[in-house]
Design a binder for this molecule. Structure first.
Ligand SMILES: Nc1ncnc2c1ncn2[C@@H]1O[C@H](COP(=O)(O)OP(=O)(O)OP(=O)(O)O)[C@@H](O)[C@H]1O
Ligand code: SF4
Ligand SMILES: [Mg+2]
Length: 327
C-alpha cells in the first residue's frame, strides 16, 4: 500500500497563561492510501491535537507545531503539512483532506436548509452552477444512506435526527472527494445502533472511493469494527501500534492491555476494570515510560528511556515487559 501521510515526531506545544502545555510530545504514524487507521487512547492523551495538526487547525499564535507531516498530493508531489502557511492549507482542506467531528452538526446553521448548506460547500470546491450542485447534494445524501434525499434537502437541521445529521456532515466532508478523511469521535454522541451504521458507512465510503480514514476514538470497539491498523496514544506519545487484530488480541504494552479491559465493548463479558490514576501533567517533563506511575508491572527499567520493540513487521510497542504475561 502506498503511503499517503507520514507523520514524523510531531510535537504540539500550547502556549497558555499557565505555561507551555505539551499536548503532543513526539508522535510518528503512517496512513496508507485507502487505509482506515485508528488513534485510540483515553481523554487528554493528544488525539484531537494530532488530528487537528494534519489540517492546520490550531490557533497559530498560541501553538507551536514541530516535526514533519509528509503528505502525498493527488499530483504525486509531496508536501510537509507542518511547514505550510494558513494560505497553503486552504488548498489542502477539502480537496485533499477533510474532517468530521463528534458534533459536526453544530457547525450547521439552524436557520438555513440542509440543501442550501450542502450546495454552498459543493460550490466552494466545484466549478458548477447551483442547480447542478443540488443534484450532487441529492446524490451524496443517497450515497450516505439517507432516504428521500430531495425531501431531506428541504429540511432545516433541527428537523433531522442526530444520526441523519452526522450522515449529512459526512456527505459534506466527502463532497470535495478528499483522499484522507479525519474523523474525531464521529460516533460518540450517537446510540449504539446508529454508531454501528455510521461506522459501516465510513468503511463502505473508504472502499468505494479508495479514501483513507484516520479515526480518533477512545473506544476499542470502534477499532475492532473498522480499522485496518491502530496507534495507541498515551501522554502525547505512541505506546503501541499494529494491525487492529494484533493490538486488540495480543497487546504488548501494559497500557493497551489495561485500556482494553477498561473500555466498554459489546464483546466484553463481566465487569469492566477502570484504569486507576491519571495522565501525567501536560505541563511537566516525562522521564522513562509515561505510564509507570499507574502501571502494576512497573520496574526500575521503566524509569529510564524505554525503546520501541518490533514484535512483527507491523506490530511495535514501547514497553519493557513486552508481551510477557508475568511481572
Ligand atoms: N488550547 C489548549 N490549551 C491548553 N491545553 C490544551 C489545549 N488543547 C488541548 N490541550 C491539552 O492537551 C492535551 C491533549 O488534548 P487533546 O484535545 O488532544 O486530547 P484528546 O486525546 O483528544 O482527549 P478527548 O478524548 O477528551 O477529546 C490535554 O491535556 C488538553 O488539556
Ligand atoms: S514500560 Fe514499564 S511502566 Fe511502562 S507499561 Fe511497560 S511495564 Fe508498565
Ligand atoms: Mg479529543
Amino acid at each position: 500500500m502506498d503511503k499517503l501521510l507520514e507523520i514524523k515526531d510531531l510535537s504540539v506545544r500550547l502556549l497558555t497563561a499557565y505555561g507551555v502545555a505539551r499536548g503532543v510530545r513526539g508522535v510518528s504514524l503512517e496512513v496508507g492510501e485507502g487505509e482506515i487507521v485508528g488513534i485510540v487512547g483515553e481523554s487528554g492523551c493528544g488525539k484531537t491535537l494530532t488530528a487537528k495538526s494534519v489540517l492546520g487547525l490550531h490557533n497559530a499564535e498560541r501553538t507551536e507545531v514541530g516535526g514533519q507531516m509528509i503528505y502525498r498530493l493527488k499530483s504525486g508531489e509531496t508536501v510537509d503539512l507542518a511547514a505550510l502557511s494558513q494560505r497553503d492549507f486552504q488548498k489542502i482542506r477539502g480537496g485533499e483532506i477533510s474532517m468530521v467531528l463528534q458534533d459536526s452538526s453544530t457547525s450547521l446553521s439552524p436557520i438555513i436548509t440542509v440543501g442550501r448548506q450542502m450546495e454552498d460547500v459543493i460550490l466552494a470546491h466545484r466549478d458548477i452552477k447551483r442547480p447542478e450542485a443540488r443534484a450532487v447534494a441529492a446524490e451524496l445524501l443517497e450515497s450516505v444512506g439517507i432516504s428521500e434525499p430531495q425531501m431531506r434537502l428541504k429540511c432545516l437541521p433541527g428537523e433531522l435526527s442526530g444520526g441523519q445529521l452526522q450522515r449529512i456532515c459526512i456527505a459534506m466532508a466527502i463532497s470535495s472527494e478528499p483522499r484522507l478523511l479525519l474523523c474525531d469521535e464521529p460516533t460518540t454522541a450517537l446510540d449504539s445502533v446508529t454508531q454501528a451504521q455510521i461506522l459501516a458507512l465510513l468503511k463502505k465510503l473508504s472502499k468505494e472511493r479508495n479514501m483513507a480514514v484516520l479515526i480518533v476514538t477512545h473506544n476499542f470497539s470502534v477499532v475492532k469494527r473498522i480499522c485496518d491498523r491502530v496507534y495507541v496514544m498515551y501522554a502525547g506519545l505512541i505506546a503501541e501500534s499494529g494491525t487492529a487484530d494484533e493490538v486488540t488480541k495480543s497487546p504488548k504494552h501494559r497500557y493497551t492491555a489495561d485500556l482494553l479491559k477498561s473500555i466498554p465493548d459489546a464483546e466484553t463479558k463481566g465487569r469492566l476494570e477502570s484504569v486507576a490514576g491519571a495522565l501525567p501533567d501536560v505541563y511537566g517533563d516525562i522521564a522513562g515510560c509515561p505510564y509507570a506511575p499507574r502501571c502494576k508491572s512497573a520496574c526500575e527499567g521503566c524509569l529510564k528511556s524505554v525503546p520501541v520493540t518490533e514484535f512483527t513487521p507491523t506490530h511495535f510497542a514501547a514497553c519493557v515487559k513486552g508481551g510477557g504475561q508475568n511481572g
